[in-house]
Design a protein around this ligand. Structure first.
Ligand SMILES: Cc1cc2nc3c(=O)[nH]c(=O)nc-3n(C[C@H](O)[C@H](O)[C@H](O)COP(=O)(O)OP(=O)(O)OC[C@H]3O[C@@H](n4cnc5c(N)ncnc54)[C@H](O)[C@@H]3O)c2cc1C
Length: 403
C-alpha cells in the first residue's frame, strides 16, 4: 500500500458523473483535488446512459420530477447551467423535444470530454482504487485497497446500487452510517417489472401506448410487453413504488388504461358510435384502430366475447366489460427486475442529515455527499444526471467559498 504524501484540499470518492463534475469545478477554482475510483476508467456508467446516447438533461425541470422522503423544494432548475458546463467541454447539445443529448448521439463523447478536462486540469485520479474507509482526525484519511489519501475535505459521490457491473457499492451508505447519518430504505427504480400473468402469453412482443398505474402513481407512454414482464417508459417511471412494496412484501397489481385519452363515458360513446356504423362487422373489425391489434384481441377475450361476434349481437353488459378491460386492465406482479437491471436507486443517504445548500453532512464537518448516493431519484429523461450535476454544483460552490 502506498502512502501518498500530498494533502489534498478535497478527495472525491467515485469518478462518476457527479464526482467528475465536482472535481472539475473545484480544480478550476485552484483547489488540489483527487478522485478515487474502483473502476479502471472514469465515468463508466455514463457510457450506458440514454441507451448509449446520454440523455443528460431536460428542459422540464422541477421538484415534481423527483422523489425522496424529504421535501424537495430546494431543487433548482439547472438544465441551462449543465448545458453550458458541457458546452465548455466541447459538447454541443441536441434538443429532442426537451430531452437533451450530445449532438453526436454518443454517450462516449460526454465521458471523454469529462476525462479530457480532468487530465487537462492535472487532477490526480486513483483508478482501480476501491475506497474501504474514511476516517477523520485533524484531516480526513481515505483508505483504498491500494492507497492512503489525506484530504481536508471528502466528498462521497459513490452512487447507488444499480447496475453493479458498471461499478456500484454500498460504500456511501456504510460511511453515512459510520458518521451517524441515516440511510432510508433502498429499492431499485427505473426498472422493468416481472410478471407471470397469463395475459403476457398473448401480449409478449407488443408495444402499445397506455397509462400505467400502481397505487397512487401513474404515467403514460409506450409499454413494452415481454414473456416475463413489462417495461417501457411508464413502467420504469413508477417502478420505484413497486420496488418498495416488494421489499415490504405488499405487492399489488398494476393497472393499464389503454384508452387513457378518453374517459369511461367517452369510450362508451365511441364504442356505441362504432357499433352503430358497423352493425354487421365483427367486434374486432369494429374496434380496429382503437389500440394495438393484439391489445384489442386480448381485451375482447377478457370481456368474454368471441372475436368473430357480430356487433349487433352485443348487449350493454358486453359494452361495459369492454370499457372496463380497455381502461382498467389489471396485471399481477412478481416484483421488479432488481438492482442489477435498474437505472437508479430509490432511497439513500437521508437528506435530513445533509445541509441542502452545501451538501455537507450535519454530523461531520468537511464530509459531503453528492449524486445518486443521496435519497433523491428522478424519473426517466435526464433527471438523474441533472441531480448528480446539481448536487455537485452545490457542494463545489460551498467548498470553494470555504477553502
Ligand atoms: C443503463 C442506465 C441508463 C441510464 N440512463 C440515464 C439517462 O439517460 N439520463 C439520466 O439522467 N440518468 C441515467 N441513468 C442514471 C445515471 O447514470 C445515474 O443516476 C448517475 O450516473 C449517477 O451519478 P453518480 O455520479 O451519483 O453515480 P455513478 O455514476 O454511479 O458514479 C459513482 C462512481 O463511484 C464509484 N464507486 C462506488 N463505490 C466506490 C468505492 N468504494 N470506491 C471507489 N469508487 C467507488 C463507481 O464505480 C462509480 O464510478 C442511467 C443509469 C443506467 C444504469
Amino acid at each position: 500500500m502506498d502512502n501518498n504524501e500530498k494533502l489534498y484540499d478535497v478527495c472525491i470518492v467515485g469518478a462518476g458523473f457527479s464526482g467528475l463534475v465536482l472535481a472539475i469545478k473545484l480544480a478550476r477554482a485552484g483547489l488540489l483535488v483527487c478522485l478515487a475510483e474502483l473502476n479502471r476508467v472514469v465515468g463508466r456508467r455514463i457510457l450506458s446512459t440514454g441507451n448509449g446516447r446520454c440523455n443528460f438533461t431536460n428542459n422540464r425541470m422541477g421538484e415534481e420530477y423527483y422523489y425522496s422522503q424529504h421535501d424537495l423544494s430546494f431543487i433548482e432548475d439547472k438544465h441551462l447551467d449543465l448545458i453550458s458546463f458541457l458546452r465548455e467541454l466541447g459538447i454541443i447539445e441536441r434538443d429532442f423535444d426537451g430531452y437533451y443529448y450530445p449532438i453526436t448521439n454518443q454517450a462516449k463523447t460526454v465521458r471523454d470530454a469529462l476525462e479530457n478536462e480532468i487530465n487537462a486540469l492535472g487532477i490526480d485520479v486513483f483508478l482501480d482504487n476501491r475506497v474501504t474507509d474514511i476516517s477523520k482526525n485533524d484531516v480526513f484519511t481515505v483508505t483504498t485497497h491500494r492507497n492512503v489519501l489525506k484530504a481536508k475535505k471528502v466528498c462521497v459521490s459513490s452512487g447507488g446500487l444499480s447496475a453493479a457491473t458498471l461499478g456500484s457499492s454500498k460504500f456511501g451508505y456504510k460511511m453515512a452510517t459510520k458518521f451517524k447519518m441515516k440511510v432510508t430504505k433502498l429499492a431499485p427504480a427505473l426498472v422493468g417489472v416481472v410478471s407471470t400473468d397469463i395475459c403476457l402469453k398473448d401480449l409478449a412482443g407488443v408495444r402499445a401506448l397506455g397509462m400505467v398505474s400502481y397505487q397512487n402513481a401513474s404515467c403514460e407512454g409506450e409499454i413494452q410487453f415481454n414473456k416475463d414482464g413489462i417495461s417501457g417508459y411508464p413502467v420504469m417511471c413508477i417502478s420505484r413504488y413497486i420496488g418498495f412494496d416488494e421489499l415490504d412484501k405488499k405487492l399489488s397489481n398494476i393497472s393499464i388504461d389503454f384508452i387513457y385519452f378518453m374517459t369511461d363515458e367517452e369510450l362508451k360513446d365511441e364504442l356505441k358510435n362504432r357499433f352503430k356504423h358497423n352493425e354487421n362487422a365483427t367486434i374486432l373489425a369494429a374496434l380496429n384502430g382503437l389500440s394495438n391489434e393484439k391489445v384489442i384481441q386480448t381485451v375482447v377475450s377478457y370481456a368474454r366475447i368471441y372475436g368473430d361476434t357480430v356487433v349487433s349481437k352485443l348487449d350493454d353488459e358486453d359494452m361495459d366489460n369492454l370499457v372496463y378491460y380497455f381502461k382498467h386492465f389489471s396485471i399481477s406482479l412478481e416484483g421488479t427486475k432488481g438492482f442489477d437491471n435498474s437505472q437508479v436507486t430509490a432511497g439513500g443517504v437521508d437528506l435530513d442529515g445533509i445541509e441542502l445548500d452545501t451538501m455537507e453532512s450535519k454530523n461531520c464537518k468537511g464530509l459531503y455527499f453528492t449524486g445518486e448516493v443521496l435519497d433523491v431519484d428522478g424519473i426517466c429523461g435526464g433527471y438523474n444526471l441533472t441531480w448528480a450535476y446539481l448536487s455537485a454544483s452545490k457542494a463545489a460552490k460551498a467548498i470553494i467559498k470555504e477553502v
